[in-house]
Design a protein. Structure first.
Length: 269
């Protein structure tokens, strides 16, 4: 019994060392070495290596991109409780990418990851409940999952903003919507930046503030949001030059401080 425990411990230590070297090889761009090491560990049911193989096939690192093969490895890791693999597998089923589209199966994997605290899984599960895709239409469940995701997920805050803005599943509350949009905007979400800019422009749920509106619209426009760019142009014609200049200085300062931030998927249309 003691010898068996010692052998298992030595094997685990060896696997950790091999896995660590494989990850370092991957990070250095030595995909051939990483692939070989991950494959050996994956066949021995190392969940982390199975997940990494899924990523390599998913993104085409060192191998031809093969989403179906990626799904196989994600599933093997997900079945062992690897939460990133569970989320990625759920996303593949939701999109029908590498597997037949199956939102019920997506919900199953998102739920497993969501229960382990993965905020992106909580957001996506909320979207499925909000739209009734693969699960019964349930606005209360959507709101619950988004509320759980919101502390770490701008998309969830934005989606909660939409619920309150339109009064879907909750009483309509534009002030609450504006708070959620602003929180998501501060986290770099261009659609939320447009929404709070529009509400500030129109004075909906907040005090009217054309200069504040211009700041958020300029930030969203810089991130490629076309509607923000058009409304920004309209505001520039209406605002006094000094206010316009101040708003653009504020936008430039915000973008410099938050360079590289932003989230762009998982929004309810």
């Amino acid at each position: 019994m003691v010898m068996a425990v010692l052998r298992a411990a030595r094997r685990a230590a060896l696997e950790r060392g091999t896995y660590g070297r494989a990850r370092r090889a991957f990070e250095m761009g030595d995909y051939g070495a990483a692939l070989a090491a991950f494959a050996t560990l994956a066949e021995a049911d190392h969940a982390g290596a199975q997940y990494r193989l899924g990523v390599m096939h998913d993104e085409g690192f060192g191998v031809a991109r093969d989403r179906a093969r990626a799904a196989v490895w994600y599933r093997r890791a997900a079945e062992q409780g690897h939460v990133k693999a569970q989320f990625n597998l759920g996303a593949m089923y939701e999109r029908g990418d590498g597997v037949a589209r199956d939102c019920a199966e997506a919900a199953t994997w998102y739920q497993r990851a969501a229960e382990r605290g993965v905020s992106r899984a909580r957001n996506q599960l909320g979207i499925l409940y909000f739209t009734g895709a693969g699960v019964p239409l349930d606005y209360a469940a959507a709101r619950r999952w988004w509320s759980m995701a919101a502390p770490r997920n701008a998309l969830a805050r934005y989606n909660l903003g939409l619920m309150h803005h339109h009064g879907t599943g909750v009483p309509r509350d534009c002030a609450m919507a504006a708070r959620y949009y602003r929180q998501a905007a501060e986290r770099g979400l261009a659609e939320a930046q447009f929404r709070i800019g529009l509400m500030l422009y129109e004075g909906e749920g907040v005090a009217r503030d054309p200069a504040g509106a211009l700041m958020w619209l300029a930030i969203a426009a810089a991130r490629g949001h076309a509607a923000s760019d058009q409304l920004r142009a309209d505001l520039l014609e209406a605002l006094a030059p000094t206010l316009s200049a101040a708003a653009h200085r504020a936008a430039t300062a915000w973008m410099a401080e938050h360079a590289g931030e932003g989230e762009a998927a998982g929004v309810v249309a």
